[in-house]
Design a protein around this ligand. Sequence first.
Ligand SMILES: Cc1ncc(COP(=O)(O)O)c(C=O)c1O
Length: 471
Amino acid sequence: MAETSLLASIFGDLYPYKDRFKPYSCIPEKGRDPNEIYNVLHTIAEEEDKFWETGLISGTMYHGGKDHYAFLNRVFSLYSYVNLLQRDICPSGTKFESEIIAMVAKLLHGDAVKEYDPQDDVCGTVTSGGTESIFNGVYIHREWARNEKGILEPEMVVPVTIHPAFHKAAHYLGIKMISVPVDNNYEADVEAMRDKITPNTIALAGSAGNYPYGVIDPLGKLSDLAIENNIGLHVDGCLGGFILPWIEKLGYDIPPFDFRLPGVTSMSCDTHKYGYALKGTSTLLVRNHRLLRYQFFSVADWAGGLYASPTVQGSRSGGLSAATWAAMVTMGEEGYMKAARLIMDTADKIRQGIATIPEIIIAGKSTFLISMISDQVNMYHVNDYLITKGWRMNGCQNPPGFHFCVTLRNTLPYVAETFVRDLRDGVAYAKNPPQPFPKSGALYGLAGSLDGQAFLQQGMLDFIEATYDEV
Ligand SMILES: Cc1ncc(COP(=O)(O)O)c(C=O)c1O
């Protein structure tokens, strides 16, 4: 059993149910009554739903409407047991996934690629989430560079704000990931990235928008840089890809971030975030079929017959793709626009409120995600206070702060106003905190030293191990 780490203690009790519901360490000899089991699970789910139903949670529940989820669950149940790998008995999977990709490609201006090269034709695959979309995007670029340019020691150049999924992909795929500091606006520093390009560089990456600050990197310039060097550019639209198009249509000033840019070779866009699908799907869009082919895998001489799969996963549930398709078709442009309007109204109200709190600075050019820092108070003390009021923001570091990723659930009428009030009170609390060290930032300081980083990394791995320990 892993040692109870400092991190585990910060994340709270890992096993809150052990004294209330029978823990299992082996399969019960006799199966238990389904109704009884359902009731146990229902009780737990209802209790956990209470955390986010308040609307005080940043990100996480992007839709948050119980009727919407109930509808998607109904659709999921029709195909939950269907294996998408076996299309002969589930051609429905081809309908769902080809149409999801066509709809997302259209949303991200896939049509524009033909203006630059009539051979291009945006295509893609449905994946299990943002991390897998990014993994596949990185993999495609590695294979492209190896096969067509003979690059055997691949490197990628990314801003420090890029999501850790890129580093994870690089770790798995043997790619050197070069992280470059961002500029004063928290956007990718294009000239600094240019300096890091070598003959081994396979691709650049930028975000629309990035996780820490929600800002859109200068993707137009990164696109030019990629073309200049004949390398790829992956746009991470996992978070913003499904909401920025609507925000742009609402009239906000959003620079082109998608396939309108000639250097964009792939883009990840999560259906399970602002696409309002169930958790477990994302899309990876690629500029042309020639590139996408590098992602596919097949074996012709296996004893088990012919095997081919498009993504990292093998067998997959048809239910998730059916529910994703159903989410998109039932939301429609009208539903997505309405949701974006509500989200931006809430975000605008929060921004207006923050403007009246001189101690708080918004980091970068924000849209649906507002990242807050301060040069006057310790933001982790502010966060400690917000936690006592039921809020759950996402902690950030370098500089210390937190962000509020506004979702549809956060558009409940009282949320913006209450947040600004509690934020103001939090600033007052931070000026005279009851204890010198804030709880929510206790560990962030450690990341400033190599020893501290090693300690944190170990603690995080201990934490993961503990989540699988027998109770
Ligand atoms: C910008 C960005 N990229 C990638 C990801 C990874 O997505 P997932 O957690 O679905 O794997 C996230 C998740 O929050 C994100 O915000």
